[in-house]
Design a protein around this ligand. Structure first.
Ligand code: PHE
Length: 448
């Protein structure tokens, strides 16, 4: 058997794992969920969810991934031979393909906006124009698919170069760049006319807005944003070295992910209030808000190109991790060579994303359980497969695995402090499974 790859440096571990977490979930989904669910109140509940739910499940995934050093499915086969737990890993591969289907479409939109920025398509236009141009673009057949194909091709090129050369090197450059750009735009946003209103919307909670729906959506968002519940972090942590501190990595990644989401909010909400856009706009929020921000900045042309490249980059480091779940599986279980596995997967994702993209136009009448194809992929992955996977993973680590085994993996065999361990186990055994079960039921629409 060939030696298993690992991430070469601590920065590589953090950059790649944070790269997986930070993505469209932070920059595209977080602002519109916040906008639709009451602003600051949502943010508050979201942060609580990250701490009591996200961190424990992340640690659970790290524990089993690094100890088994295998793809997500084999991880369960190795740790509990002869049991059915491997199905959890298997579900993750399905989730990856469904998420890739709709995620690549949005990433394709961001590429179109990079192109529009470069070709002066966004210069000198008003808010109404951005709204109608967005609808016209997303409902057309060819253009969005072209950009999605280009996005998937970039994924293919990075992924086929392997874990160290591809994923780690790309993340080391792209992640810090993303961070710096967000800070620059955040500072710019602080000087817009709607800044006070925007910041108050984000940071001044109106507690009357918190209801069960808001809590459920915040939990779901935490899940999606931290890449939990589908084996991504199991797969990535199988590339961690024995010296990697799992708790430090988890805290760093969860903090970076949250900071990026909040920064995205700081960029977007002042703009929303400055340009009279509704904060509860929905998925198109960033695509109609941001072009307005750039119009009012010196060097608009330049900033607009940079920002949409930044979003594409954020999407890319997430899709790489989504694909890696399936690629590691195909290579290790079916003996595929890496480039073949990547080709097969990218092809399947492309077919899925064509259907998702057309569901904004030509196929908008095709409904599955009342959802458009795009919404169905999002619903199935985010509301069913991810919560189910996360719940099962916490039950698995909390109840099925030997407590000593878990503890030893978490404290690097006695080398690092593990004062938090008893609290973690309570979360994994009781709090996380129950909370996630509630998200799961709500995902199925039982509380509507
Ligand atoms: N966390 C990613 C984001 O925020 C999306 C993702 C979900 C990636 C699940 C991997 C697994 O965009």
């Amino acid at each position: 058997m060939t030696k298993r790859a690992t991430f070469a440096t601590r920065l590589g571990v953090i950059a790649a794992t944070a790269g997986s977490s930070v993505g469209l979930g932070n920059i595209w989904r977080f602002p519109y969920e916040t906008g639709q669910n009451g602003g600051a109140a949502f943010l508050l509940v979201y942060c609580i969810c990250v701490i009591v739910l996200g961190l424990p499940v992340m640690l659970a995934e790290f524990t089993i991934g690094r100890s088994a050093k295998a793809n997500a499915t084999r991880t369960f086969m190795k740790l509990s031979p002869g049991s059915y737990w491997f199905i959890v890993g298997f579900l993750g591969i399905f989730a990856a393909v469904f998420i890739m289907g709709f995620y690549s479409v949005i990433a394709g939109w961001t590429l179109e906006y990079v192109w529009q920025s470069i070709s002066f398509g966004l210069t000198g236009k008003d808010p109404a124009f951005f709204q109608s141009a967005f609808v016209e673009f997303t409902s057309s057949s060819f253009r969005p698919i072209f950009w999605t194909a280009l996005f998937l091709l970039i994924n293919y090129i990075i992924l086929s170069r392997g874990v160290h050369n591809g994923i780690e090197k790309a993340s080391n450059i792209l992640m810090p760049l993303l961070f710096v750009l967000l800070i620059i735009f955040g500072i710019r946003s602080l000087f817009l006319s709607g800044t006070a209103e925007g910041l108050s919307f984000m940071f001044h909670p109106d507690f009357s807005k918190i209801d069960s729906g808001v809590v459920l959506r915040a939990m779901g968002q935490a899940f999606f944003s931290l890449s939990l519940g589908m084996g991504t972090l199991i797969t990535y942590s199988s590339y961690f070295s024995e010296n990697t501190s799992l708790p430090k990595t988890a805290v760093t990644v969860a903090s970076l992910d949250t900071v990026v989401a909040v920064l995205a909010g700081i960029v977007i909400f002042p703009a929303v209030f400055s340009f009279g856009i509704s904060p509860s706009q929905g998925p198109e929020l960033i695509f109609i808000t941001l072009p307005n921000v750039f119009q009012h900045m010196p060097g608009a042309y330049f900033w607009s190109i940079l920002f949409f490249i930044l979003i594409t980059v954020a999407a890319l480091t997430s899709t790489i991790s989504l694909c890696e779940v399936a690629i590691a599986f195909l290579c290790e279980e079916f003996g595929f060579i890496r480039s073949r596995a990547t080709q097969l997967l990218v092809f399947i994702c492309f077919v899925m994303s064509i259907l998702c993209s057309l569901s904004f136009g030509a196929l908008s009448d095709v409904k599955i359980f009342g959802f458009t194809i795009f919404d169905f992929c999002d619903f199935l992955a985010s509301n069913i497969l991810l919560p189910l996977g996360g719940m099962l993973i916490s039950i698995y680590v909390g109840w099925k695995l030997d407590r000593k085994f878990v503890r030893n993996e978490l404290n690097n065999h006695g080398k690092i402090n593990d004062w938090y361990f008893p609290a973690l186990m309570i979360c994994l055994k009781y709090i996380a499974p129950v909370a996630i079960f509630i998200i799961f039921l709500s995902g199925l629409g039982l509380f509507k």
